[in-house]
Design a protein around this ligand. Structure first.
Ligand code: SAM
Length: 296
């Protein structure tokens, strides 16, 4: 077996069935404020607005557009359902890019979330973007089999799933022969002890970052300013959730463990570093798609 850490690209095949013994995941089961159902939507969206801005700064849409184009070389994609869309994230820009380049049938995008903020839903739907809609009702990513057919994307949201749910999602995509793309903005490579030791300073840095980034959030609402500069709840939520996300992110090895029993010779899984056009690493992604079948 190829030693983990020495390769960027790993294809998961039947051979992993050999590794039956359960291993401990590096991922930590920490809480995030975003997952608390009682968290006011203003605060949750305040944090996901900042994440959407971070995607713009990092150029995530370009990275994802390239990944989706690569998937299109293997299977036909006419519809994408994004799960855990938050404030929209990078998928709107991805679809605009893909449809601009695409001479054939445009791809339809449906954004969804377990806690859809109706203001965000309305704001995005009012833009009357062709081929893009934000679904106003809650959609739970754990019920992936009930989502419309076509590519499912989970951008910076898969780490919210605990291992049991995570495995179910992967299994469900494979059983239903549906393609799935999971993207995480950062890799969980820091040793846990170092993470704990650096936590106070990391939280302070993230809080300061929020104070600097907030004026660039679009659309910028008074509530975002109020809960940042007057009552700084958004910076605290963003800082903690950002740090917790890092430790909740599944590593390559964790994915190997999750996929160990999720194997089918007619379905291909791969886990790869995501890269910008200049070759710089930009998080990682997991793709699963059926082989020898055209997906619609
Ligand atoms: C870190 S945000 C990512 C938002 C967006 N995809 C982005 O990249 O900017 C994670 C999102 O997942 C949503 N979420 C958490 N658990 C979920 C679930 N079980 N089903 C669907 N969405 C979920 C949260 O409400 C939140 O909006």
């Amino acid at each position: 077996m190829t030693p983990y850490g020495l390769v960027d690209r790993m294809i998961f095949t039947q051979s992993y069935k050999k590794h039956k013994k359960e291993r401990t995941l590096k991922r930590l089961e920490l809480f995030e404020f975003e997952d608390l159902h009682w968290l006011p939507n203003t605060i949750r969206s305040g944090a996901t607005n900042l994440l959407a801005l971070l995607h713009k700064l990092f150029g995530t849409a370009d990275v994802l557009a390239k990944i989706v184009r690569d998937i299109q070389d293997k299977i036909d994609i006419t519809r994408i359902t994004d799960l855990g869309s938050g404030s929209g994230g990078p998928m709107i820009d991805v679809i605009n890019q893909l449809n601009k380049d695409n001479s054939s049938e445009p791809i339809q995008l449906v954004l969804t979330d377990l806690f859809p903020n109706q203001d965000v839903v309305q704001e995005i739907n009012n833009r009357k973007l062709r081929h893009i809609q934000y679904h106003h009702l809650p959609v739970d990513a754990t019920n992936i089999s009930t989502a419309p057919k076509g590519l499912k994307t989970m951008i910076a949201s898969f780490h919210h799933m605990n291992p049991v749910t995570a495995r179910k999602i992967l299994q469900s995509a494979q059983d239903n022969r549906e393609p799935i793309l999971i993207y995480e903005i950062a890799k969980n490579t820091i040793p846990v002890v170092i993470w704990w030791l650096l936590l106070p300073i990391s939280l302070v840095i993230l809080i300061l970052m929020v104070l600097v980034m907030t004026p660039f959030v679009r659309p910028l609402k008074w509530s975002q300013l109020f809960f940042t500069y007057i009552l700084p709840i958004i910076p605290i939520v963003y800082a903690w959730d950002g740090q917790a996300s890092l430790m909740r992110t599944y590593t390559f090895e964790d994915f190997r463990s999750l996929l160990r029993d999720v194997n089918d010779s007619n379905y291909q899984w791969s886990v790869e570093d995501a890269k910008k056009s200049n070759g710089k690493k930009a998080g990682y992604y997991v793709v699963g798609y059926p082989i020898n079948i055209v997906s619609r």
